[in-house]
Design a protein around this ligand. Sequence first.
Ligand code: FMN
Length: 245
Amino acid sequence: MNQVIKTFMNHRSIRDYKEDMIKDEDLDVIVRAAQAAPSSINGQQVSIIAVKDREKKSKIAELTGDQLWIDQAPVFLLFALDFYRAKLAAEKNGVDLAITESLESIMVGSVDVGLAMGNAIGAAESLGLGIVPIGAVRREPMEIVKMLDLPEYVFPVCGLVIGYPRDTSSLKPRFPKEAIYHEEGYNKNLTSIIDDYDTQISEYMRKRTKGESDRSWSQTVSEIYKTVYFPKVSPSIKGQGYENR
Ligand SMILES: Cc1cc2nc3c(=O)[nH]c(=O)nc-3n(C[C@H](O)[C@H](O)[C@H](O)COP(=O)(O)O)c2cc1C
């Protein structure tokens, strides 16, 4: 296994950080690695907004449901899907921007964000830094929009906390490969795989929480997905100019 693959396979989310600031040159490399990711039509439908200011980080921690690691770590990067530059391109060329009337634009921008963030994560971890993604930036999207002065067509998709890990959590087991990898067609026989994985995750949780929780994968997922947990996404993304149809 080469070093790049070892870094990917060693990923774990970190929720306890030292206060030490990360080096400017490391942040620069992380952002440039993110920019180097492939992008739909080379539209580069991503913007990254760095937040280091303590008060702003505190506010983001609160808006995302008191995620203290945002306060603790020195850098928070917001990854936003961005068709603002596409809007400027349309104006420059005297045409209307129509794609933002379709869900397609949200998919394009979200995939671009995911790819860019994946690169940023790999780069950060290869430098010995820890990370945790923060999807909860979509809990109060318009508050984030206002705080960071995001123009129309720019919408917060995910945050990324970066800093020096105070401790390293253990690797979280994944499904066996056959659950997510299919050859020539989708294999729907997943019941026993899920049962086995539930047992594995229950055990992992028991160890991680020192006996406080033994919640299985299916219990966690069904609990979270039984509600529309971020109901403001749809009206907020419309507010930023996306028709979402
Ligand atoms: C898009 C996305 C959003 C996430 N949002 C949060 C979040 O808001 N808070 C958090 O603590 N972890 C968040 N996570 C981290 C996941 O909980 C974590 O990746 C998952 O449990 C697997 O654990 P691991 O990263 O340690 O392997 C997010 C991960 C992703 C990919």
